[in-house]
Design a protein around this ligand. Structure first.
Ligand code: 5GP
Ligand code: ZN
Length: 111
């Protein structure tokens, strides 16, 4: 099974990595839709929230907490939005769960 985010995590595909720990990486999105657009990607491959094991779900929660702690380093002090697209109608194009982090301006709120 090929997965672009697994390839990025393994370093087989280049990305602009701004953070890494044992559970996740944070990279810059290749097609940003806001002045700041990161992808926080768990190192374990799963596609949907309900597919996460209990330990993966806990890791996800730690990841989000870590993101909050890194606001200053990542330029998120003025506020940020996190989005997890799940499935077709949400526009999920990569079947490896990832958290979009949008910031850098006042974001509007329409879909
Ligand atoms: P989704 O639509 O699945 O929620 O988001 C996938 C995101 O991954 C998109 O915003 C897209 O721009 C980004 N993306 C796809 N391929 C690559 C890549 O090779 N490198 C990086 N940095 N981002 C990618
Ligand atoms: Zn993957």
């Amino acid at each position: 099974m090929s997965c672009i985010f697994c390839d990025i995590i393994e370093g087989n595909i280049k990305s602009e990595r701004v953070y890494e720990d044992e559970n996740c990486i944070i990279i810059k999105d290749i097609e940003p839709i806001a002045p700041i657009h990161y992808l926080m990607i768990p190192k374990k491959h799963y596609s949907k929230l309900e597919e996460a094991s209990v330990s993966e779900a806990m890791e996800l929660s730690f990841m989000l907490n870590k993101l909050g702690q890194m606001k200053k380093e990542l330029g998120l002090e003025e506020g940020y939005r996190i989005i997890i697209n799940q499935g077709k109608n949400a526009g999920q194009t990569v079947d490896h769960l990832h958290i979009h982090v949008l910031a850098g301006k006042e974001l509007n709120w329409q879909v």
